[in-house]
Design a protein around this ligand. Structure first.
Ligand SMILES: *[C@@H]1O[C@H](CO)[C@@H](O)[C@H](O)[C@H]1NC(C)=O
Length: 338
């Protein structure tokens, strides 16, 4: 199980490296397409400020990788954490790590360069992965809400309903939906001709901003992106709110004391869900307004949220903290022979 994670992680980073390599070569020789690269305005400001951001974001990204890998390792190696909830949590961590890796490293290195450019191809790759992992994460968050619903409202049937076969099916399903979601948008975007203005006022490529630069009429495509990304995030968010409300109402009707316990379990989920969906809804449900280029929102959902997830889940979870402590302590004892 653990070697699988390792292989997956290594494979992922190799893929990213390969794609970066390819995106340096200019592969765009499409007819009527003159623009081969976009200029990212990035976080503007004096270079002292850029270096400050470079330091901060590097730290955050490093912490994101370490935090999420620690969660995956802890969940895999601790037998007390072999339950559906932690299985899903481990997979959420994996997705968070990938989502952050799709945008942050490029953004961080851009902070140190004066001319921040990205090839059209690299831009497409970045958008593909962002929507792939983002879409999968939305579905996984819904699965996690479903898991809590069964655990809290049907505790006697929990083990039978949430079998590992079903869980694995859910995880694969979330990846498939993420893939369909991103492919449906990218198939319509890769063929767009870009021939004039090529400045993206953001820290990475994102669909609403890139589509606007095409030199053909893109009104239908814009509507499609709103429908695809905007509705997916909006409907998922509403579904999650409804499922959390159903859980809380069910618990309250059963006993008055259960509500506070359920609330404390669910609050971590509710915080994570709000942090993840809030910016997405602002960016995609009104993508052609100015929210789309709001850099604070962009930083939030690609840099900050992937770090907050492991922090929120570990800080609010006694069992997780204990397992983490035990794991780290054992490693230290074994490694340094205390
Ligand atoms: C995530 O899901 C995969 C495939 O269903 C599973 O094999 C793996 O153990 C899960 N990851 C973690 C860290 O639990």
């Amino acid at each position: 199980m653990s070697s699988k994670i390792l292989v997956l992680t290594v494979a992922f980073f190799c893929l990213v490296a390969l794609l970066e390599l390819f995106s340096i070569e200019k592969l765009d020789h499409k007819n009527g397409s003159f623009v081969t690269e976009f200029i990212l305005l990035g976080l503007s400001g004096q270079w002292e400020l850029q270096i400050f951001f470079f330091g901060i974001f590097s730290l955050i990204y490093g912490a994101t990788l370490i935090g999420n890998i620690l969660i995956m390792v802890t969940v895999t190696f601790t037998s007390t954490l072999h339950s559906p909830m932690y299985f899903l949590l481990g997979n959420l961590s994996f997705l968070d790590m990938c989502l952050s890796t799709a945008t942050t490293p490029k953004m961080i290195t851009d902070l140190l360069t004066e001319h921040k450019t990205i090839s059209v191809w690299g831009c497409m790759v970045q958008m593909f992965f962002m929507h792939f992992f983002g879409g999968a994460e939305m579905i996984l968050l819904i699965v996690m809400a479903f898991d809590r619903y069964i655990a809290i409202c049907k505790p006697l049937h929990y083990r039978t309903i949430m079998s590992y076969r079903l869980l694995r099916g859910f995880v694969i399903f979330s990846w498939v939906i993420g893939f369909i979601h991103t492919m449906s948008q990218m198939l319509l975007t890769v063929d767009l001709p870009f021939c004039g203005y090529n400045v993206i006022d953001s820290i990475f490529c994102d669909l609403p901003l890139v589509i606007r630069l095409a030199c053909v009429e893109t009104y239908t495509l814009e509507l499609f992106v709103i429908a695809d990304s905007g509705l997916l995030s909006f409907i998922s968010f509403i579904m999650l709110l409804i499922s959390y409300s159903v859980i809380l109402i069910t618990v309250q009707q059963r006993s008055s004391g259960g509500l506070s316990k359920a609330l404390s379990t669910l609050s971590a989920h509710i915080i994570v869900v709000t942090l993840f969906f809030g910016p997405c809804i602002f960016i995609y449900a009104w993508p052609f307004s100015n929210f789309a280029s709001n850099k604070t929102l962009a930083v939030f959902y690609t840099v900050i949220t992937p770090l907050l997830n492991p922090i929120i889940y570990t800080l609010r979870n006694q069992k997780m903290q204990e397992a983490l402590r035990k794991l780290l302590f054992q490693r230290i004892v074994v490694t340094w022979n205390f």
